[in-house]
Design a protein around this ligand. Structure first.
Ligand SMILES: *Cc1c(COP(=O)(O)O)cnc(C)c1O
Length: 413
């Protein structure tokens, strides 16, 4: 048995039973709650070193009751890379990138969906469905296949090509929708009654947060149980940021990290779609509506996150901010990170570099603070962006003379 005691509605604290299918309460997400005192008594953080380097090493802080229900592709323990040159270029002395692009299916979405699918298996679901702006569809398709479940994926018609086909490769039924992710969500909602599938929408099932939480647990362990001063996280639906903030709170409660040393959380968006940054500026807890949102950072194209208040609460409680980076400069930041560090940032993570620059200028962070940026996904998935902005593939006869003094390494930014 896991240490889960109950579920709790995030909007009003209503307590709901665990171990039965629950989705939302009053249309808003649920927290998974644990007996943290019992966890603190049962395991010491030093015991972790003997465990496998996957996110399942944090077993006690995860919701799966029965080991037989664990559906895994070996996810977790992404590298935490020191970035001296990139830091210097931006004006920071202690910059790190946590590179989630190496997870199964090439994004941190694997963390959430391995947990959601494991819990779906525990709860007896055999058919799953998800609306997605990109990477979540591929990740669910992979874990559903691993668990022998049916999978239906609904995505906006202009989602990156690779995201469309990766879900299909894993055997999912993939549907393109004229609209944005919330239109896809409405279709999944309709289908719940007709087809009886388990709705895996962001924050409509409670367990994805628990998987994403491991980004924070891992960070703490990799930093010897201290935490950075600031975390910059590209935020769309918000499960990653919400999950990490929950991880830090739980670590504090079980005594694995010192009290009052949690990082300030910066939710990073693009000016093309910045509902959270706008709500933050207005001092509000819920996002308003946007006109024609669009960004090439597909994972950030979430105009109305179900957990908006959870994200904004975490950001404010932490002393952080929600910041929008200039959509027009995303490619320039991607180029800068590959050139200086050999780390290929997805456009979502590039927004973090923009937010970093701005935060330094405005004095929201200072140059000697330790900063961790999450690279949430693999750039290889963004073929459209790569083809358009990095046109460096050459063909034809080799011109040896020209190769002696090559042009600048990258194309237009
Ligand atoms: C989904 C996604 C995001 C947004 O993550 P949330 O935790 O839902 O806010 C950021 N980057 C990439 C690459 C994504 O796929």
């Amino acid at each position: 048995m896991s240490y889960v005691t109950h579920l709790e509605a995030a909007i009003d604290g209503t307590i709901l039973p665990a171990r039965t299918l629950q989705t939302v309460h009053a249309g808003r997400p649920l927290w998974v709650r644990y007996d943290l005192d019992a966890i603190a008594r049962s395991i010491d953080r030093d015991a972790l070193v003997h465990r496998e380097p996957t996110l399942w090493r944090y077993r006690e802080l995860l919701p799966v009751d029965d080991d037989d229900c664990i559906v895994s592709l070996g996810e977790g323990m992404s590298p935490l890379l020191r970035c001296e040159r990139l830091g210097t270029a931006i004006g920071l002395e202690n910059l790190f990138i946590k590179d989630e692009s190496q997870l199964p299916t090439g994004s941190f979405k694997a963390r959430g969906l391995c947990m959601a699918v494991s819990m779906a298996k525990q709860l007896g679901a055999t058919r799953t469905a998800i609306p997605t702006a990109g990477n979540a569809g591929g990740a669910l398709a992979a874990y559903a296949a691993r668990a022998s479940m049916e999978c239906f994926v609904f995505m906006p018609a202009f989602t990156p090509e690779v995201n469309k086909y990766e879900a299909a490769v894993y055997g999912a039924r993939v549907f393109l929708v004229d609209g944005l992710i919330h239109d896809c969500g409405a279709i999944v909602n309709q289908g719940t009654e007709k087809l009886g599938w388990y709705d895996m929408s962001t924050l409509k099932e409670p367990y994805r947060i628990e998987g994403k939480k491991t980004m924070g647990l891992e960070l703490a362990e990799q930093m010897q149980w201290s935490l950075p001063d600031v975390v910059f996280y590209p935020t769309g639906g918000g499960t990653g940021l919400i999950g990490m903030w929950k991880a830090f709170a739980e670590l504090e409660q079980i005594g694995w990290i010192e009290k009052n040393r949690r990082p300030r959380m910066f939710a990073c968006q693009s000016t093309g779609c910045a509902p959270l940054a706008e709500a933050f500026e207005r001092g509000e807890r819920f996002v308003g509506s946007l006109d024609n949102p669009f960004t090439k950072a597909a994972g950030l194209l979430v105009p109305k996150a179900l957990g908006d208040f959870m994200i904004l609460d975490a950001v404010r409680e932490s002393g952080g901010r929600a910041v929008a980076a200039d959509e027009q400069r995303l490619v320039a930041w991607m180029e800068m990170a590959t050139r200086l560090e050999g780390i290929a940032l997805c456009p979502e993570a590039a927004a973090c570099l923009g937010a970093l620059e701005r935060s330094l200028q405005e004095g929201w962070i200072s140059k000697n603070e330790t900063v961790v940026v999450y690279n949430t996904g693999a750039v290889q998935k963004y073929v459209e962006v790569i083809k358009r902005h990095f046109p460096r593939v050459e063909r034809g006869k080799i011109d040896w003379e020209a190769l002696v003094s090559p042009p600048s390494r990258h194309g237009t930014a």
